[in-house]
Design a binder for this molecule. Structure first.
Ligand code: G4P
Length: 534
C-alpha cells in the first residue's frame, strides 16, 4: 500500500517535468526569450539578469574569461523554473557556432525544443544545423517567430521558408495583426482571444480580449478597420490553407505549432508558454542498446551529455551534466558507473536554478543534475542502480576542421596524451591517431576549439603545445559488415585512415570530392557522418 502511494507520487512528479532547449541562429532573440520565460517562472525578478553571450562570438580571450566565470557559476547551463504547477528545465545551448557540438549534445537530453525565427531573416544556417539534430530524434518543435515589432517577411513566406528548408509543416496557433509600426497584436486561434500589443507590458492571465466571432464590431474598435479586415481575410485564408494542429504529428516532429510575438516586449511569450506546458511532452521512453527505458521504471538511470571543466583554479574538478531517465535520484544514493565497473555514491549532486545552484535532495526523470568529478566521467556514460545500459542517440559529429598538434616540450608526451584523451572524452575536441606516422590530429566542428584546447592543455596539464594546419577537411567513421572487405579497405587506404579516441576507424581526406570518389570505389563500406558514444 505504501509503495503504491510513493509510486503514484513519483509518477506525478515525472508528469510535471518539461525539459527543453531553445534553438536559434545567433541574434534571433534566445537570450531575450530565455529571460522572459524565467520572469514568468519567477526564477528571476528583473530584466537584464540573463547575460547575453554576445562575447561568445568574439575572441578566444573572451571565451576563456566567460568559461572562467561560468566555471564559478555554471548555473546558466541549466535553468529550472516552475510555471502553473510544471517543473520546467531549460537547457542552455551555447550561442557561438564554434561550440555547436556541445549544443548538439545538449539537444540529446531534451524532450522538445522551441525554435526562434527572426521575422526579418527567416530560417538561418545555425537553425538549419540544429534542426538536423532534432530530426535525428524526432524532437517535437514549437516555433516562435520573433521581432514582430519590426518590419519583416510576410508570415506566409516565413512558413514557406520553414517548410522548404526544414521539412516541417507549420500550423499557426496565433496570428499576427500587422508588423513593425503597424503591429497591433496577435489573435489566438484556439481561445479566440485577441492580445493587444503594448510595448514592454507584461501580460497577465486575464488580459486577452475575447472575440467570439471575427465579425464582432469590437474588433474594428480595438484595431484599425483596415487591419481588422486584413485579419478576417488572413484567418479565412489560413483556415483554408493549413492543416489543423495534430498532436501526434507534432510529437513525431513533422508538424510545428507556430506563435508570433516580440520577446523584447514580452509579447506573445505568455501564449507560447501556456501552450508549451500543455503540449510539450513529459519525459518519454529512451532507447538504450539493450531495450527501451521507461521513465516510470523504479530503477534509477541517467546519462552524461555534457561535461564542463571548472576553470576556477581553486576547484580543479569538472561537472558532468546528467539527464535522469528513470527512477528517482536521492541524495547519497549509490549507483553503478558501468564503464569503469565501480559503484559510486552520489552525495554532492547539484541542481541548477536560474541564478544559483543548490544541492539536490531528490530529482526525477527529465531533471538534470550536475556531478562533480575528476575526469572519471565521459560523454555518454550511464549510471544506473541495476543493469548496465547504453543510451542511444548521443552522437559525435564528424569534425570539419583539422590541425596537427605540435608538442613544444618532447618530455611531455605522456601528459599530452592524457590531456588530449580527457579533452576528447569531455567532447571539447576530437583526437585522431593516423595509422601511419606518429602524430596527433585534432578535429573540431568549429575552429575556436583548437585555441581552447591549447589553453586548457597548458592550464590543466602543464603542456605547452601548438598546432599547424594540415591538408584535411573531411572525416567519416567507417564500418563494414564484411570483415574481409574492411580489412582490404584498410590495407589499400592506410595512409588516409586513423583511429579516434575510442579506437574507431576513421577515413580522412582533403575534400568532399575525394570522399565521393572513394565512396564510389568502395560501395560496401559505410561512411558515417555521426557516431554514437559507447
Ligand atoms: P541571441 O541570444 O539569440 O543571440 O539574441 P538576443 O536575445 O541577444 O537578441 C539579439 C538582439 O535582438 C538584441 O539586440 C535584442 O535586444 C534584440 N531583440 C530580441 N527580441 C527582440 C524583439 O522582439 N524585437 C526587437 N526589435 N529586437 C529584439 P541588440 O541591439 O543586438 O542587443 P542589445 O543591445 O539590445 O542587448
Amino acid at each position: 500500500m505504501e509503495s503504491d502511494t510513493i509510486d503514484r507520487a513519483r509518477v506525478r512528479e515525472i508528469n510535471k517535468r518539461r525539459t527543453f532547449a531553445i534553438i536559434s541562429h545567433p541574434d534571433a532573440g534566445k537570450t531575450t526569450l530565455t529571460e522572459k520565460l524565467l520572469l514568468f517562472g519567477g526564477a528571476i525578478t528583473q530584466a537584464g539578469a540573463v547575460k547575453s553571450r554576445k562575447t561568445d562570438r568574439a575572441a578566444l580571450s573572451d571565451f576563456l574569461s566567460i568559461e572562467q566565470e561560468r566555471g564559478i557559476s555554471v548555473s546558466s547551463s541549466v535553468m529550472k523554473f516552475e510555471y502553473k504547477g510544471y517543473e520546467i528545465n531549460l537547457l542552455d545551448t551555447p550561442g557561438h557556432q564554434d561550440f555547436s557540438e556541445d549544443t548538439y549534445r545538449v539537444l540529446t537530453a531534451v524532450d522538445c525544443a522551441v525554435m526562434i525565427i527572426d521575422n526579418a531573416k527567416g530560417v538561418e544556417p545555425q537553425t538549419r544545423k540544429l534542426m538536423e539534430v532534432c530530426r535525428m530524434r524526432n524532437t517535437p518543435i514549437i516555433t516562435f517567430i520573433n521581432k514582430l515589432d519590426r518590419e519583416g517577411l510576410d508570415p506566409l513566406d516565413i512558413f514557406e521558408d520553414i517548410e522548404d528548408k526544414l521539412q516541417i509543416e507549420c500550423v499557426p496557433l496565433t496570428w499576427p495583426i500587422g508588423m513593425g509600426k503597424r503591429f497591433k497584436g496577435v489573435y489566438n486561434f484556439e481561445t479566440r482571444e485577441l492580445g493587444i500589443f503594448t510595448p514592454g507590458y507584461t501580460p497577465k492571465d486575464d488580459d486577452g480580449i475575447m472575440i467570439q466571432d471575427l465579425s464582432d464590431p469590437r474588433l474594428d474598435e480595438l484595431i484599425a478597420s483596415s487591419q481588422a479586415d486584413q485579419l478576417r481575410e488572413d484567418v479565412e485564408l489560413i483556415k483554408g490553407a493549413s492543416d489543423p494542429f495534430d498532436m501526434s504529428l507534432y510529437l513525431s516532429g513533422t508538424q510545428t505549432p507556430v506563435f508570433f510575438g516580440s520577446a523584447i516586449n514580452n509579447f506573445g511569450v505568455k501564449e507560447m508558454l501556456d501552450a508549451f506546458v500543455k503540449i510539450a511532452p513529459p519525459p518519454g521512453i529512451r532507447p538504450a542498446q539493450s531495450r527501451d527505458v521507461n521513465p516510470m521504471e523504479s530503477d534509477f538511470s541517467g546519462f552524461a551529455f555534457k561535461i564542463q571543466a571548472n576553470m576556477d583554479p581553486e576547484h580543479r574538478d569538472r561537472i558532468a551534466f546528467f539527464r535522469i531517465c528513470s527512477g528517482k535520484f536521492v541524495k547519497g544514493m549509490k549507483v553503478k558507473h558501468h564503464r569503469i565497473g565501480k559503484e559510486i555514491r552520489l552525495s554532492n549532486a547539484t541542481m541548477f536554478m536560474a541564478q544559483e545552484r543548490s544541492h539536490v535532495e531528490e530529482a526525477y526523470p527529465g531533471d538534470i543534475i550536475g556531478i562533480h568529478n575528476h575526469g572519471t566521467i565521459k560523454i555518454g556514460d550511464t549510471f544506473t542502480t541495476k543493469e548496465p545500459l547504453t543510451f542511444l542517440g548521443i552522437p559525435s559529429f564528424a569534425p570539419e576542421h583539422f590541425r596537427r598538434v605540435l608538442l613544444k616540450d618532447p618530455l611531455k608526451t605522456k601528459s599530452l596524451n592524457k590531456g588530449l584523451t580527457q579533452l576528447a572524452e569531455e567532447g571539447t575536441i576530437q583526437v585522431f591517431r593516423p595509422l601511419m606516422g606518429n602524430m596527433h590530429v585534432i578535429g573540431a566542428v568549429g575552429v575556436l576549439q583548437f585555441d581552447v584546447t591549447m589553453a586548457r592543455l597548458k592550464a590543466e596539464y602543464n603542456v605547452n603545445a601548438g598546432y599547424e594546419s594540415i591538408d584535411l577537411s573531411v572525416a567519416r567513421w567507417v564500418t563494414c559488415e564484411d570483415e574481409k572487405m574492411l580489412k582490404l579497405f584498410r590495407q589499400k587506404n592506410e595512409s588516409s585512415l586513423a583511429l579516434d579516441a575510442e579506437g574507431c576507424l576513421t577515413f580522412m581526406t582533403t575534400s568532399e570530392y575525394q570522399l565521393g570518389f572513394v565512396m564510389e570505389e568502395w560501395p560496401d563500406i559505410q561512411f558515417h557522418k555521426t557516431r554514437e558514444h559507447n
